[in-house]
Design a protein around this ligand. Structure first.
Ligand code: DPM
Length: 325
């Protein structure tokens, strides 16, 4: 058919739809991804679609009681499967180790400092973890942070805390807690690095699997999208996080469990340290494996089997039994 208007010589620019949670941190992270992709692919248009997840809506129940099966990811995953968005940006540590059929982890970005931070009430400005008073109320909803810190500091009182970063900091400043524990990465990304009072060293508390990295999830077989997002991958972070995720995948049974990790790559050797703790902080089971980064996932699985045979299974069974009640 002939047309009176001139036919365009190039295809119309494609719009790529990115899914994100609405929280301030999620948006900072998603906008970083969008801006980096826009720089690399100026001919494409990127659009951010925000969604509320179950984890954003249910604020009055402890995280460990809700379980961790896609609490912060499911609505975004539905959006991808229904074709409403093309990929989703997550804090990698919130992305379950088993993804729904048809979806995949397409990219792992360069990690921020994966450590946890102590943030104190102003009256404790001169204190560190080892000088906070007996009975100090420490806010965290992480079983991992709770169990490890309780092991080293049994004289603290641990109290649940929920809500986004700003809500948590407000509750701390109002005096509901003496100190709270937050990820260094989240504070830095929100330009609140000045609230980091002490970076908690690995010998006191190992960080969560994937902490500090972003995970970009996409549809399996969507090669066009996969090629785009892969340009943001950091291979060193990816190897480390794949090892960490394999460790967690092999151990978890759907509930939040006190599992911590630490990884590094030096001279081409990947070191993965993993820990399982009992909730009372009495028992910490820790082991390390080393190998070639290409073998990352097998190393994670191997380490899980090691700690299991060293007593971790008993701890996990007890936690899972408690969570079923
Ligand atoms: C998961 C945990 C927490 C988040 C459990 C854990 C912390 C919950 C709490 C799996 N997801 O770490 O053991 O302390 O009450 C979350 C944060 C970030 C991603 C906030 C934080 C930002 C840091 C990052 C919540 N998810 O840990 O302070 O990107 O790694």
């Amino acid at each position: 058919m002939t047309s009176l208007v001139s036919t365009p010589t190039t295809a119309p620019t494609r719009t790529i739809r990115i899914g994100s949670r609405k929280s301030q941190l999620a948006l900072v992270q998603t906008h970083w991804v969008r801006d980096e992709l826009q720089k690399r692919f100026p001919e494409l248009t990127f659009e951010v679609t925000t969604m509320d997840t179950q984890g954003d809506k249910v604020l009055d129940v402890s995280l460990s009681k809700i379980g961790d099966k896609g609490l912060f990811t499911q609505e975004l995953e539905d959006g991808m499967l229904q074709g409403n968005i093309d990929f989703a940006v997550h804090s990698l540590k919130d992305l379950p180790t088993r993804l729904p059929e048809g979806l995949m982890l397409g990219c792992i970005t360069e990690r921020e400092d994966p450590a946890d931070a102590l943030v104190v009430h102003e009256k404790h400005q001169d204190k560190q973890l080892d000088t906070l008073p007996k009975g100090a109320v420490i806010g965290t909803s992480s079983l991992r942070r709770l169990a490890q810190l309780r092991h080293h500091f049994p004289h603290f009182t641990f109290k649940d805390i929920r809500g986004n970063l700003n809500t948590r900091l407000r509750k701390l400043d109002e005096g509901q807690y003496d100190a709270i524990i937050l990820a260094v990465a989240g504070l830095k990304r929100l330009d609140m690095g000045d609230r980091i009072h002490q970076v908690i060293p690995a010998d006191l508390s190992l960080h969560a699997v994937g902490q500090g990295a972003l995970g970009i999830e996409c549809r399996m077989g969507d090669d066009e999208i996969l090629a785009l997002i892969k340009t943001l991958e950091d291979s060193s972070t990816a190897y480390r996080c794949l090892a960490e995720r394999a460790f967690l995948r092999e151990l978890e049974g759907g509930c939040q469990v006190p599992i911590g990790v630490n990884t590094k790559i030096n001279d081409g050797v990947l070191t993965l340290m993993g820990l399982v703790a009992s909730l009372d902080g009495q028992t910490l089971i820790k082991d390390t494996v080393q190998g070639h980064p290409d073998d990352a996932e097998n190393m994670g699985t191997q380490l899980a089997q090691n700690v299991r045979s060293q007593g971790a299974q008993t701890i996990l069974d007890a936690i899972n039994a408690e969570n079923r009640q």
